[in-house]
Design a protein around this ligand. Sequence first.
Ligand code: FES
Length: 364
Amino acid sequence: MALDLGGRILRSRTVAALASPHGIDRYLTQINPMLAAHEVRARIVDIHPEVSAPGAPRVATVTLQPTSTWRGHRAGQHVSVGIDTGEGRRTTRVFTVSNTESKPGDPLTITVRAHDDEDATPYSISKYLTERATVGTLVHLSQAEGDFVLPHHVPEHIVLISGGSGITPVMSMLRSLQRRTHRGKVTFLHWAPSAERQIYAEELEEIRGQGHGVDLHIMHTADGAPYLSPALLEKLVPGYRDLPTWVCGPESLIEATQAAYDGTESLHVEYFKPPRSGGVAGGEMTFSTTGKTVANDGATILDQAEAAGLSPEHGCRMGICFSCTANKSSGLVRNVLTGETSELPDEQIRICVSTPEGDCAVDL
Ligand code: FES
């Protein structure tokens, strides 16, 4: 009660006016980094290795104790994690929350695969979290976001499909259903490269052993497991097209699933990474502010800008954080997540998920 009252006072307009222009959180963090009135920060309280197979990227589950400002999450949602890389620069990446649904102030977990291909100089966030961070390290968080979630009333039989690291939101769903003691049936199909690279291997074995309505199929492609196809789905989940289904994984898995479900509304999709392909090459991409023009190769505008030597501001690279928003002065762009096109002049676009079609000019 006292804490709640204190929180309300700290969030009041009077305190905001007194703390202007920096905001109350700037002062609170000097006293204790885990005190916050608006922002969300978190302290790492555990780092658990999931995969450390030779030659495979390291994967670890990181447990975070957030500030009391954390509002909790629904299974399937994601969070932006930011670290300060020095020189006043903060780099953010988006990770799915992998534990069961959480309430305000509850700890949360993210499962992170160390990627080489992030450009977050001087180090990538995923490598930082899996290789350099320690218990006690502080990170910045957003509130949980995203509508790739289970409904409050879960249908009698649902299908979960995931590939590689796309298992994290699906595991959050499965864990939450088990905690809710869901009485229905869950068919869970997962593709991973090999047994050594299988995330949550022990827990999945336990779930398989328990039964409890979970029909689990793990496919390891290195062992010759079949890829997703309508025939395989029909064999493992007869009548699958009519069943509410959630799929998260790489572009190839999502495309195969979408083709198999053939436009039914029962399919809910979350790309683990936004599709990089699909843009149409041709015409010229102009970066008006810097006066650079390149041949449009069909990649996202952020990728093309970086290839041209520019360093536009960005965070998640997934269309979530809006930090890459820039003004498009002319041209037609396609949103790679939704397929929607737009050719309004002077519109604000997220360049990480927009590909130009033909001539296009953006103020970068
Ligand atoms: S970088 Fe986050 S929306 Fe583009």
